[in-house]
Design a protein around this ligand. Structure first.
Ligand code: ADP
Length: 444
């Protein structure tokens, strides 16, 4: 009996000892697995745990780990999605922590501040090398609100070395948890907007100035009339008033043309027409001035040059260019060459004169609105200063380019290049030059 009891006790002790060690081993295995496995799979954990007594705990742990893994994956994919999205925006965006160290930077920020080292973990000032950006962030933190600053930066350009760009920097403290007293900073390139605004302001100032001159002349005469004027004076005043009224009309008309060209490309009435005929018609219109000034016109045009575009604007382009050559050189004996050639699917039109020319300092500006080489010309030479501006916009609206080169007193060449319409007929006619040099339109 006693022996039986001892045996039962020994067996029970052995069983509990086995259960104890088995549980201990299972707990150790589970701990190791959770600690070492970056992404533990529930199956692995169950098979790894030999202890049956721990299977419930193991299952619960599995569920817990699976859940946390899912949450982690979800957060990682959310983060990746957000980062991809932020990489798409054109503005540079950075997030800094309370020590002003960069915790996130998007693709535009990496392009704006290129470096072989990663931007992450480095002080903002070291990444952007611009104290004004760092100061904007500091100010946003101090004021605990959004702040913004605009400043210009000199950048390296591959062509001429340096260019100036204007940036708008916005910064705001982060309200969310996670990055302590962090802040976001956004850097936007606003060079184009600033330039557009400046051009607009210049335009308004120039237009007002151009309109004010004839207006005040006319209103001066009107006042004189109001005070009473004898017939002889009246006869002298009327032509001057007419001249300035016409000038006002021309300025307004030119401004409207520019506005139409700028407002939408769709305003163009694109129809087939003959570019060579357009040039000939322009010269017909200018024939009286050519005769009056004893100028010589040399034509080098093909019989036909098929084109698709708005003939109204091409009339203006050719009229402005040829009239400019005549207008700027009223001395007799001016030579003007008008040449049109078709080459490599493009038309090249040269308008050449051997008059006074344009000084090299003025060349970069002459396509600007209201720009005149001699600022006092408005009183002596008819012109609004808008002609070349219209020419450039009209050519560009037809996907073409215009260039000018000038050697004052020797040669001034305006060259237009414009794509030919893709039709075999145009290629045929465009290249067939009739060799009209000195023919037909020549006059002295
Ligand atoms: P405008 O209406 O005063 O002629 P444009 O825009 O047509 O204005 O021309 C701008 C300026 O460019 C002119 O005022 C003139 O000084 C200069 N210019 C244009 N074409 C010529 C040319 N062929 N020869 C000399 N100067 C020219």
């Amino acid at each position: 009996m006693q022996t039986t009891l001892v045996a039962i006790f020994a067996l029970a002790s052995a069983f509990f000892a086995w259960r104890y060690f088995d549980t201990l081993r299972g707990v150790r295995e589970l701990t190791e697995m959770v600690r070492h496995s970056a992404n533990p799979k529930p199956g692995d954990m169950q098979s790894g745990t030999g202890s049956r007594s721990l299977s419930k705990l193991s299952r619960s742990l599995c569920d817990l780990v699976a859940e946390s893994t899912l949450t982690r994956d979800l957060e990682a994919s959310r983060r990746q999605f957000l980062e991809t999205l932020l990489d798409q925006i054109e503005d540079a965006l950075m997030i800094v922590d309370e020590a002003s160290e960069v915790r996130f930077s998007n693709c535009a920020a990496r392009l704006l501040f290129p470096s072989e080292m990663s931007q992450i973990g480095r002080p903002l000032i070291e990444v952007c090398f611009d104290h004004r950006i760092a100061e904007t962030v500091t100010l946003a933190r101090t004021l605990r609100s959004k702040t913004q600053e605009e400043f210009t930066r000199r950048m390296r350009a591959p062509s001429d070395g340096r260019i100036e760009r204007t940036y708008l920097v916005e910064a705001e403290p982060l309200s969310s948890r996670g990055i302590g007293n962090g802040a976001w900073v956004l850097i936007r390139d606003v060079t184009l907007q600033v330039e557009t605004e400046r051009v607009r302001q210049d335009f308004v100032a120039n237009a007002s100035h151009e309109l004010r001159t004839p207006l005040s002349i006319i209103s001066g005469y009107v006042e004189m009339m109001d005070d009473g004027m004898d017939k002889a004076t009246l006869r002298r005043c009327v032509p001057t008033m007419r001249k300035h009224t016409q000038r006002l009309g021309r300025i307004v008309e030119d401004m409207l043309t520019i506005s139409k060209l700028e407002s939408h490309e769709g305003n163009l009435n694109r129809e087939p027409f003959d570019l060579a005929a357009c040039l000939r018609d322009t010269l017909d219109h200018l024939h009286p001035i050519v005769e009056q000034q004893h100028a010589r016109i040399h034509l080098d045009l093909p019989v036909e040059a098929g084109m698709i575009g708005d003939r109204f604007y091409w009339d203006q382009v050719f009229f402005n260019l040829i009239e400019n050559a005549l207008k700027q050189n009223s001395e007799p004996g001016l030579n003007v060459t008008v040449r049109l050639v078709a080459e490599s699917g493009r038309y090249r039109i040269d308008i050449i004169d051997d008059g006074v020319g344009i000084p090299s300092a003025d060349l970069p500006h002459i396509f600007k609105r209201f720009y005149r080489v001699q600022k006092d010309h408005s009183q002596t030479i008819k012109g609004t200063g808008l002609g070349l501006s219209i020419v450039k916009r009209a050519v560009e609206a037809h996907y073409g380019t215009i260039k000018v080169r000038s050697r004052p007193g020797t040669e001034t060449v305006f060259t237009i290049e414009v794509p030919q319409p893709p039709s075999p007929k145009n290629l045929e006619t465009g290249t067939a030059s009739s060799g009209e040099e000195n023919a037909g339109q020549s006059s002295t």
